[in-house]
Design a protein around this ligand. Structure first.
Ligand code: ADE
Length: 288
């Protein structure tokens, strides 16, 4: 997968070089670049914004500057197949049928030869526009985006990006996702992009040192919040690790964890319990 971000503050993304993300770019699992939007500004002040049509407060980011930036960044070569190829590749992805373009993954579509990469199919390109007015970014959306070959994050500031940019790309072969990370307003799309990038890249096979960590975590396939976890020392501040976790009895431990995950989810997120489907329950759960 290749990820590009375009922002007037590309330094925000230096933090991604730390930790596992840096390892993934070093190993070639992931290509990443942060670009300064002002590189595509044309006037002597390198301006990227102007007053809103129709009047009102704030400034709007200019379509012509964004248009040139996106055209150039989307022209970068990407290798299809570097992203998740299908749902059998490790992660449990509950949203396979949400993936637009899934049919084209078998290579039977008739996209022009020039648009084809090594994988024999056109790369899946997605323009992500972080905005508080977008659809909510969830683990299901992260799972879907993990199938893309090229993600470009367009980080708006001020009152946002001229709406014609999203309209234009909606009519192209690039998918457009306007996404919000929650019901609050940030000063720009940079922090929201970092949140989304971190959630997506950890789903790429090979990214996590131990992919088993993905199985039982909160918002995973079980549809529950994660059970409480403990490590040594066995007693801390007069609190013991629950005895069952020290028993070595794997089936009892698994049942205990499942019940604690249910308790926690019921207390904190009853909406998630409501949303469980029959495949996410077993007979013991119903009795419970
Ligand atoms: N930009 C400003 N606020 C945002 C939010 N909540 N989500 C995504 N992008 C944003």
């Amino acid at each position: 997968m290749r990820i590009d971000v375009i922002s007037i503050f590309p330094q925000f993304f230096d933090a991604l070089g730390l930790s596992l993300f840096g390892k993934a770019t070093d190993s070639g699992l992931l290509g990443f670049s942060a670009h300064d939007l002002r590189e595509w500004a044309t006037d002597k002040h390198r301006s990227v914004d102007d007053t809103p049509a129709g009047g009102g407060a704030g400034m709007v980011m200019k379509a012509d500057v964004w248009g040139k930036a996106l055209e150039e960044v989307f022209a970068e070569p990407v290798t299809p197949g570097a992203a998740l190829a299908d749902s059998s590749e490790g992660v449990s992805v509950a949203a396979v049928d949400m993936v637009s373009g899934t049919d084209s993954l078998d290579g039977t579509e008739t996209a022009p030869e020039a648009a084809m990469g090594r994988g024999g199919r056109a790369p899946r390109r997605v323009l992500v526009i972080p905005t508080p007015s977008g659809e909510t970014f969830t683990q299901r959306v992260a799972e879907d985006l993990a199938y893309a070959d090229h993600l470009v994050f367009a980080c708006g500031r001020y009152e946002g990006i001229d709406s014609r940019v999203a309209e234009h790309y909606r009519e192209s072969d690039v998918e457009v996702r306007e996404l919000s990370i929650g019901d609050y307003v940030l000063n720009g799309g940079e922090v929201a992009s970092i949140v989304m990038i971190e959630a997506v890249v950890r789903l790429i096979p090979g990214f996590m040192g131990n992919p088993e960590s993905l199985v039982e975590e909160s918002h995973g396939a079980a549809g529950l919040l994660e059970y409480p976890v403990y490590t040594r020392p066995a007693n801390w501040n007069e609190r013991d690790i629950p005895q069952i976790l020290m028993s070595g009895h794997h089936a009892n431990i698994a049942r205990w964890r499942r019940e604690r995950a249910f308790d926690k989810t019921m207390a904190r997120r009853p909406d998630m319990i409501e949303a469980l489907n029959p495949e996410q329950l077993d007979k013991k759960d119903r009795a419970y």
